[in-house]
Design a protein around this ligand. Structure first.
Ligand SMILES: O=C(O)C1=C[C@@H](OP(=O)(O)O)[C@@H](O)[C@H](O)C1
Ligand SMILES: C=C(OP(=O)(O)O)C(=O)O
Length: 417
């Protein structure tokens, strides 16, 4: 695989640019927005809340009228497949004194929402839903919140962000403490919109009553999307790939640290650390990978990259252990089960453990009929696996890939021609 490429905009930053633009006063512009289905769901939800949003491809204009500019929707809001949309949206709606019902797809219906609805109820939001508001459909009537100091049982940027966003209009100070640091895009972008977020180790706090001012956001490439090509470049013979303009926020670069530990030939060039969200070009060449242990506080820094790292581990010398990653069970699918089941079909030596997996390599993979299970990251991991497998691989339900990566197959093919 050879060539120079760009990956689509960062999903986490794209969601937040639309949401914060909707909460701000004035016209926010966004360049490089990810046009994946999840971010389109975010745009649609905020349009249904009365915000004027104009999109031309990856360029978006959002005409915000402040938090108070959001209107009670006449329809149910549908977040589709997007966990980030529903959890951050609930944090925002917790401030608004009107009724909203939020639903999503079959996968969202299985994902835990109690992790945000419980603290939001504690702040004073009225929330009901299936199993007492722990699962969708969820209805919420917000307003008159009071700040809390919340000790989150999980390292989750979605939980942290939902509470900080609810804190925007709560009385006093709202703080969240996590067991490990999660991605900090909310903290960074709230600063870019003129709000003050205090960072004190694992505790982040915000004072209520702050207003967001519209700004211009330039979204860097998504390192979680680049990850598929970084691993492809490392495991496919005679490869040399350069990916331009990839976000390298330190709360997201666990994949680079692990690939370096695995002896991957990776180089980082033209880094710009001055931007609110730092970015760089990343180059990779075919590598002789070594097994590693992936555990502890690096997990939140690479949680979405574990499926593709599991594939890398099948080609590494020795036994790779992934642990402390139980959060994988509550993503779009149970990603421990789906990764293990599908890679086994292709001949991998891989076992599920209670909070991760154990993979011994290197193994020659063979083509098989496999499935994404409707999970974009599983679909893309299997497509990369097919590039090193002997024979034909058939992947069911690849349409899920447009959740985070429209144009994925075209780019994969372009590197092979
Ligand atoms: O805040 C975000 O943008 C995200 C946070 C992570 O989820 P958790 O907060 O559940 O860890 C990540 O897995 C997801 O893809 C995006
Ligand atoms: C877990 C993911 O996203 P979300 O939680 O937003 O559905 C992901 O993109 O891998």
């Amino acid at each position: 695989m050879n060539g120079t490429m760009k990956v689509p905009g960062d999903k986490s930053i794209s969601h937040r640019s639309v949401m914060f633009g909707a909460l701000a006063h004035g016209k926010t512009t966004v360049t490089g927005l990810l046009t994946g289905d999840d971010c389109l769901s975010t745009i649609e939800c905020f349009q249904k809340l009365g915000v004027e949003i104009k999109r031309d491809g990856e360029y978006v204009e959002i005409y915000g009228k402040g938090l108070e500019g959001l209107k009670e929707p006449t329809e149910v809001l549908n977040v589709g497949n997007s966990g980030t949309t529903i959890r951050l949206l609930l944090g925002i709606l917790a401030n608004l004194p009107f009724h909203t019902t939020v639903i999503g797809d079959e996968s969202i219906a299985k994902r835990p929402m109690g992790r945000v609805t419980l603290p939001l109820k504690e702040m004073g939001a009225k929330i009901d839903g299936r199993e007492d508001g722990k699962f969708t459909p969820i209805s919420i009537r917000g307003g008159n919140l009071r700040g809390i100091n919340y000790q989150s049982p999980v390292a989750s940027a979605q939980v942290k962000s939902a509470i900080l966003l609810a804190g925007l209009n709560a009385s006093g100070i709202t703080s969240v403490t996590e067991p490990e640091d999660s991605r900090d895009h909310t903290e960074r972008m709230l600063q870019a919109f003129g709000c003050n977020v205090k960072v004190d180790g694992l505790t982040k706090s915000i004072e209520g009553g702050q207003k967001l001012q519209a700004t211009a956001i330039d979204v860097p490439g998504d390192i979680s999307s680049a990850a598929f090509f970084l691993v492809a470049g490392a495991i496919v013979n005679n490869s040399s790939i350069k990916i331009k303009n990839v976000g390298i926020n330190p709360t997201r670069t666990g994949i680079l640290d692990i690939l370096e530990k695995m002896d991957a030939n990776i180089t980082i060039e033209n880094a710009n650390h001055e931007a609110s969200e730092p970015y760089a070009d990343i180059a990779v060449e075919t590598s002789n990978l070594q097994a590693v242990e992936i555990s502890g506080d690096i997990i939140p820094r690479l949680i979405d990259e574990i499926p593709i790292l599991a594939l890398a581990a099948t080609q590494a010398e020795g036994t790779t252990i992934i642990k402390d990653a139980a959060e994988l069970k509550v993503k779009e699918t149970n990603r421990i089960d789906t990764v293990v089941a599908e890679l086994k079909k292709m001949g991998a030596n891989i076992e599920a453990t209670e909070d991760g997996m154990k993979i011994t390599g290197p193994t020659k993979l063979h083509g098989a009929r496999v499935s994404s299970h409707g999970d974009h990251r599983i679909g893309m991991m299997l497509a990369v696996a097919s590039c090193i497998a002997s024979g034909v691989t058939e992947i069911e339900n690849t349409s899920a890939i447009t959740i985070s990566y429209p144009g994925f197959f075209e780019q994969l093919q372009a590197l092979q021609s």
